[in-house]
Design a protein around this ligand. Sequence first.
Ligand code: C2E
Ligand code: CA
Ligand code: CA
Length: 487
Amino acid sequence: MDTALNDIVFIIFVAFFLCAALTIFSVRRYRDLARETKARAIAEREARDLVRHDPLTGLPNRGLFDEKLDACLGLARDKHQVAVLLLGLDGFKRIKDTHGHAAEDKALCEFANRVADILRKDGVLARIGNDEFGIVLPAISSLEVPANLAHRIVASATETFAIETGAAELGVGIGIAIAPIDGVNLHELVRRAERALYRAQGDSRSRVRFFEPEMDMHVERRTQIERELRSAITADIIEPYYQPLVSLKGNCIIGFEALARWENRTLGRIPPDVFIPIAEETGLINALGDQLFRRACFDANAWPEAFTLAFNISPIQLRDLSLGQRILSILGQTGFSPRRLEIEITESAFVEKTGVAKTVIDVLRQAGVRIALDDFGTGYATLSQLLSFRLDKIKIDRSFVSHLNDSADSRVIVRAILGLAKGFGLTTTAEGVEDAGQLDFLVANGCTEGQGYMFSDAVPAAGINALLNRESGRTTVAEDGTRSLHA
Ligand code: C2E
Ligand code: CA
Ligand code: CA
């Protein structure tokens, strides 16, 4: 009996013990699970935050910026105006190239801090691209609010940025769009702010631009020109005109510069200053350049032997290593002598990707082609950069020549350029000569060649003979066939 009781007590005890152990285990397991779930939720939130924030500055990224802007637009409908500001930084590539990546990052964070300090509490600041920031101002009382903020940001960026290796300078352009005037949905508003930013960055005077409806029209016209340009190239409609280059010593024509001309049926005459940059941006410049060059060689073959052909090559074309060979093969196909060819290149080509440009120029020079530095005085190339390329000629930009009569500064600059060119044994062409006062100064200071409306505007290939004949009353023909033009 006793044994049976003992067994029952023992079983109850074991059962109780097991229950207690199970309860403790369950409670513990429950606690662990709760802790795990919480930790996972935190980790998930952190991961979500991480992909919604820029790791360098800690600011919201493009995705979060869009979300916040969308939320503000939803709340504000019909009640308040919402401002979107897009900030585009200039000069970052320069900082990276001269001071390295770490300096670029430091300046970027410093810029973000300066903007955050200026921004009011309800404003959202985000880093939406490599060197682009976005701001949303949820409820603005007037347009003055985003305008003032933008101007304060521009001013704050003008102070230098301290970096390990010294100090760096930055610029910022700001485009602003307002809801609901410029749009009520996220994409429309951001697109319009981008257009305003594009204008602000292209304008050195006003770095802050509000969106204007004509900016949309500008984009439409550009798209239309691009479309027409493609068919004009396919149909070979763009043709070179020729402006005489005149020797100021012999007072005679020594060659012609080919200048592209395009007459479009619907858009009218489109100047090269408009379509060449579009051809560059769209990658059409190589096809267009080759086409024009082939035609120019063909036309120039009909001129007297002594006349040279000057042809413009854009800096974008000079990024392509095959350019030298392409030019030489067109010369071979048309039978035009490389010794009669002068390639005009602007300063910017000598600054960027100099290795490729140098190789192309070497190939051409070895074949006997001469190289002229176009628009001299307007770029940012250093003298040593320019002299590391072997040049034959400097073309003094029209902006100096046009002020020779009224600006002492222009006279000093032109005299200095002429002295410098003479010192290095280079010939010089003054561009845009329009009157006798300018011509007298240039001749007196040893300029070797001139070009401009005073002598002649550019004429079509078929007009060259007429030009020479029209001038024949004022022209004498030298033994070598060159004609002297008595201006
Ligand atoms: P650029 O090479 O500096 O050409 C000289 C420009 O000055 C030409 O403008 C010419 O018509 C203009 N000009 C000449 N004399 C005078 C003058 O006395 N007064 C004034 N006010 N202007 C004068 P255009 O033909 O409109 O060409 C503008 C620019 O477009 C050229 O500047 C050149 O950079 C580019 N360009 C033209 N044709 C070509 C081309 O076939 N290929 C490339 N890559 N660029 C071209
Ligand atoms: Ca030129
Ligand atoms: Ca020029």
